[in-house]
Design a protein around this ligand. Structure first.
Ligand code: CA
Ligand code: CA
Length: 203
């Protein structure tokens, strides 16, 4: 009995220690979902002006968990695509693993995600929407093959000057909590991309 208690105490200490360890990132989204679109959807996605997009879950190619988000698209000149997850979207069931308001944003300096590239030379926008409804953008290139971790410091996002939603505060600062992230393969490319493991990076 005494020995069991000792073991339990050691396990408790070990557990508490690893929980307090510095450098822990916070998982926002692992895409372990049954993908659907529309008002009841788990992903807010769509396209317009001639571009097309299909979004499904993939099990054959994934980074963490059992699935990734598979995006098959054709992005034409003048068209647009959006593939978004987060709070307050038209798709009611697109929430992250954590609620934006529950995150201690001051503890984090960056957001990261994994993308599976095919060296297609596509440009991929990664946008965030702040609590004032303002959209911020970072652009990365599909110039590699396989999984790659993309880390974006909050100060590397640029405010979108081509479009902002109605009601955006347009104050030129990122207001926390961030509520949404979205992927957009930019015009002039087509193919398939996979995304997985969106995290906040601890300071
Ligand atoms: Ca996953
Ligand atoms: Ca703002």
């Amino acid at each position: 009995m005494k020995r069991l208690f000792f073991l339990a105490a050691i396990m408790f200490l070990f557990g508490a220690g690893s929980g307090l360890a510095e450098g822990n990132n916070l998982l926002l989204d692992d895409f372990e979902i049954s993908v659907s679109g529309g008002p009841e959807g788990t992903v807010d996605f769509g396209s317009g002006n001639g571009s097309t997009v299909e979004v499904t879950q993939a099990t054959e190619i994934k980074n963490t968990g059992n699935q990734s988000l598979k995006v098959t698209y054709d992005a034409v000149s003048g068209g647009y695509i959006y593939v978004a997850r987060g709070a307050g979207l038209d798709a009611k069931n697109a929430q992250w693993t954590v609620k934006p308001a529950d995150v201690k944003w001051e503890d984090y300096s960056a957001i990261s995600f994994y993308v599976y590239g095919t060296d297609s030379k596509a440009k991929i926008a990664f946008d965030i929407k702040d609590s004032g409804g303002e959209i911020w953008r970072f652009i990365t290139d599909d110039d590699f093959k396989g999984w790659k971790k993309v880390v974006v410091s909050f100060d590397k996002f640029l405010v979108r000057d081509d479009w902002q939603p109605d009601g955006a505060d347009k104050n030129g600062q990122i207001d926390f909590p961030i509520k949404v992230f979205q992927f957009e393969p930019l015009p002039g490319s087509k193919g398939t991309l996979y995304f997985d493991t969106v995290e906040l990076v601890r300071k």
